[in-house]
Design a protein around this ligand. Structure first.
Ligand SMILES: [Ca+2]
Ligand SMILES: [Ca+2]
Ligand SMILES: [Ca+2]
Ligand SMILES: [Ca+2]
Length: 366
């Protein structure tokens, strides 16, 4: 087998060429384990039908409240996920774009967002079942068993003609004049999931309560607080993106990195009184630091390079196979995503091992 023999002249030449390449071009893209923090987003905005009026033109809001219209007499005019926040990060040049999606393997990713309003909502670190959002007259209603509602982050879907390439901080909220009602199913950018999971086929989750399905966020916000307590302003919420269980995460992140941009949608089905400030809200980059404003940040660690170079050290050898097997073995037969799920179908089985082995054998010793 190649790579297990003493390198011949051709292999030696490859090693020398690779080494020379590393020496002369520090920015070149051989395998690289890149750990990067983006301290401020390229875009952030309140994604709400009545945002962009008056004092704060679209995209310039100091903070962005997250809420649902449940209980409001006019709730039928609005999405279940009514007030949302979209943040976006241009990831180049810190992470090179255009390598091809399979050459990005995200190892960890998290967003951090800072609460802008004091004691406005109760902390809930876990997802609530969709039935707990139904009216209590609904035969399938179940009570919410813990105080508050979770803060969630989703991948972003777009209504044509908008896309990841064209959507900006000042893109209109919806087609037509600003503030047009009803504002249901009209957003130009919306919280979404892939359906089936990991498929890349976008499903809008803006009205998942009306449509009676549990939505699947990329991550849920957690904070160093006891569940149920009222959240002080300045609290940092961390959204660890669930690479281990949600196959949407790896797919969405690698496609975004390949493009050079990652957009996310913060959302909550927290119920508020209309016009009240008592809802979860996060600071935007336009917020005043004197008031405690800190923009949303993104921390990401990604191996950029050949999938066969599992340990991301620039060489494909036996260590990569052993490392892969030690990830594959413990999750074999399980419905999980994570690094062993090479084909990204949310399940770890023999197909993943075979899909890893093929390129590994081809690349071995290089
Ligand atoms: Ca903004
Ligand atoms: Ca709850
Ligand atoms: Ca390696
Ligand atoms: Ca799989």
């Amino acid at each position: 087998m190649r790579g297990l023999i003493v390198p011949g002249s051709q292999s030696r030449w490859k090693y020398a060429a690779a080494l020379a390449g590393l020496l002369v071009s520090a920015g070149s893209v051989s395998a690289a384990d890149i750990h990067q923090t983006y301290a401020t987003p390229t875009l952030d905005r309140w994604n709400y039908v009545f945002a962009g009026f008056g004092q704060f033109p679209a995209g310039s809001e100091p903070d962005a409240p997250l809420f649902s219209p449940f209980g409001n007499p006019q709730q039928a005019l609005f999405d279940n996920r009514d007030g949302e926040m979209i943040v976006g990060f241009d990831t180049t040049p810190l992470i090179p774009a255009g390598e091809g999606v399979t050459r990005y393997r995200v190892l960890e990713a998290r967003l951090r967002a800072v609460v802008s309003r004091d004691l406005a909502f109760a902390y809930d670190p876990s997802l609530d079942p969709v039935q707990s959002y139904f009216p209590n007259t609904d035969p399938e209603f179940v009570a919410d068993t813990d105080p508050g509602r979770p803060l969630e982050v989703y991948l972003v879907g777009y209504r044509a003609p908008w896309s990841l390439a064209t959507y900006t901080e000042t893109t209109p909220f919806a087609p037509g004049a600003p503030g047009t009602l009803p504002a249901k199913g009209t957003k130009n950018a919306f919280s979404a999931q892939y359906d089936p999971p990991g498929s890349g086929i976008v499903r809008d989750v803006s009205n998942n309560v009306d449509q009676r399905f549990d939505s699947r966020p990329l991550g849920v916000g957690t904070a160093p607080l006891a569940p149920g307590t009222l959240v002080p302003a300045g609290t940092v919420f961390t959204f660890n993106l669930d690479l281990g269980n949600n196959p949407d995460v790896q797919r969405y992140l690698r496609e975004g990195l390949n493009f050079g941009r990652l957009n996310f949608s913060f959302s909550s089905l927290a119920t508020v009184t209309q016009q009240s400030s008592a809802s979860p809200a996060f600071w935007c980059k336009e917020g005043d630091p004197i008031e405690g404003a800190v923009p949303v940040s993104l921390e990401i660690r990604v191996c950029v390079g050949r999938p066969s170079d599992f340990n991301c050290d620039g060489v494909v050898d036996l260590a990569d196979l052993l490392d892969y097997l030690s990830a594959w073995g413990p999750t074999l037969g399980q419905t999980v995503s994570g690094p062993a799920d090479v084909n990204g179908d949310g399940f770890v089985d023999l197909a993943d091992l075979l899909e890893f082995l093929g390129p590994w054998l081809t690349d071995l010793g290089t």
